[in-house]
Design a protein around this ligand. Structure first.
Ligand SMILES: NC(=O)C1=CN([C@@H]2O[C@H](COP(=O)(O)OP(=O)(O)OC[C@H]3O[C@@H](n4cnc5c(N)ncnc54)[C@H](OP(=O)(O)O)[C@@H]3O)[C@@H](O)[C@H]2O)C=CC1
Ligand SMILES: O=C(CO)COP(=O)(O)O
Length: 346
């Protein structure tokens, strides 16, 4: 039987994932905020602002009416930016029945309560069952997925049947889907790597080399894991696609909006100049603010996040931010390893 899926969000990622589902034989209803996007898809089969040059399959049915978008669908995918996530879920709440399975592909945190987005889903749509929720994350730029370039992602859910149901819906010859029970790690990996990608862009914009970027990625993963473990994630998740995998692609790809924003900051532009030059979401900016507050709340050391926070929100120059990082007091690479190594006893 043909599955029908509602995709909420018609930016780059919602559209690219709608294409994967359509390629898999699903009937896809896609909600866009603006009627112009709907009209363009209906008349041209394209979404030129977000995926220029890509032809969308005929089995993607766009609509600007949220209720119409999800009516009769057993599966819902939410792919709106984190800043609009809570409101979108609140609006959806009136139309979602309790047996629907919902997956989100947004990489961010709730800016007000500093919670994960699957937690926001349950707050705003209390009739949803936690076992029916999942998260899709991993190294996956929309531009490449929409060109059907080989991509791997992770679907995380506390319930195996739900994870495998979404795995079956999305998986195909160019889109390989793994499952993982660690929802906390999957969501945090996706949200926090954007901060480090901003840093990688800043480093490149300042003219630094590969050594600096490798350092940022490695030490960045360390602080992502540190906060993640404190918040209940499984360490191994950060060694997988939702962790190091996504960190690599976002810190090194020309497609990354976070890297591009960081690059311009490194070249001397202000944050306002950078944001006005980009017509797509830069999640790392919001994630930096949220992670900085979480680090303070949980007493977790996150020097790179702190340095990027000082550049974004405290008027520190990118170069001074790097000096802050390089001038920190000396430390072990891994406190945990140093602590358990008997040979280190004096
Ligand atoms: N692009 C990618 O390669 C990937 C993106 N993601 C994640 O997916 C999420 C969505 O990003 P992406 O599709 O790339 O973003 P884009 O910038 O490409 O598009 C944003 C989309 O969200 C809509 N939108 C903007 N603000 C709001 C709001 N407040 N409420 C509801 N909708 C809103 C926009 O509508 P309008 O046009 O009307 O402004 C547009 O449809 C992000 O969390 C991102 O990190 C994850 C993996 C890959
Ligand atoms: O999450 C992404 C790729 O996995 C997209 O990253 P950007 O938002 O930086 O483009």
């Amino acid at each position: 039987m043909q599955s029908s899926v509602a995709v909420i969000g018609a930016g780059s990622w919602g559209t690219a994932l709608a294409m994967v589902l359509a390629d898999n034989g699903c009937k896809v209803s896609m909600w866009a905020r603006r009627q112009e996007v709907v009209d363009e898809i209906l008349s041209e089969r394209s979404n030129s602002k977000y995926l220029p040059g890509i032809r969308l399959p005929e089995t993607i049915y766009p609509t600007a009416d949220l209720q119409h978008a999800i009516k009769g669908h057993h599966y819902v995918l939410v792919a709106v930016p984190s800043v609009g996530f809570r409101n979108t879920m609140r609006e959806l709440s009136a139309f979602l029945s309790s047996d629907v399975k919902v997956i989100h592909a947004t990489k961010g945190l709730d800016k007000d309560n500093l919670i994960r987005l699957s937690q926001v889903m349950l707050e705003e749509v209390p009739q949803l069952k936690p076992v029916n929720l999942a998260v899709l994350t991993g190294p996956s730029h929309a531009e490449e997925v929409s060109r059907r370039s080989p991509t791997t992602v992770v679907v995380a859910s506390q319930n195996r049947v739900t994870a495998e149901t979404f795995q079956d819906l999305f998986m195909n010859s160019y889109f390989r889907v793994y499952t993982n029970p660690d929802v906390v790690g999957a969501e945090l990996g996706g949200a926090l790597k954007n901060i480090i990608a901003l840093g990688a862009g800043i480093s490149d914009g300042l003219g630094f080399g590969d050594n600096a970027k490798a350092a940022l990625m490695t030490r960045g993963l360390m602080e992502i894991s540190r906060l993640g473990l404190q918040l209940g994630a499984a360490q191994m998740t950060f060694a997988g696609l939702a962790g190091i995998g996504d960190l690599i692609v976002t810190c090194t790809s020309k497609h990354s909006r976070n890297w591009r924003a960081g690059y311009q900051l490194g070249q001397g532009k202000t944050i306002d100049e950078v944001l006005s030059s980009m017509n797509m979401v830069v999640e790392g900016i919001y994630a930096t603010k949220a992670a900085f507050q979480l680090a303070e709340r949980h007493q977790v050391e996150m020097p790179i996040t702190t340095a990027i926070h000082s550049v974004l929100f405290e008027g520190r120059s990118p170069r001074a931010g790097v000096e802050d990082l390089m001038g920190r007091g000396k430390t072990h690479e891994m406190e945990e390893v140093a602590r358990i190594s008997m040979s280190w006893e004096s």
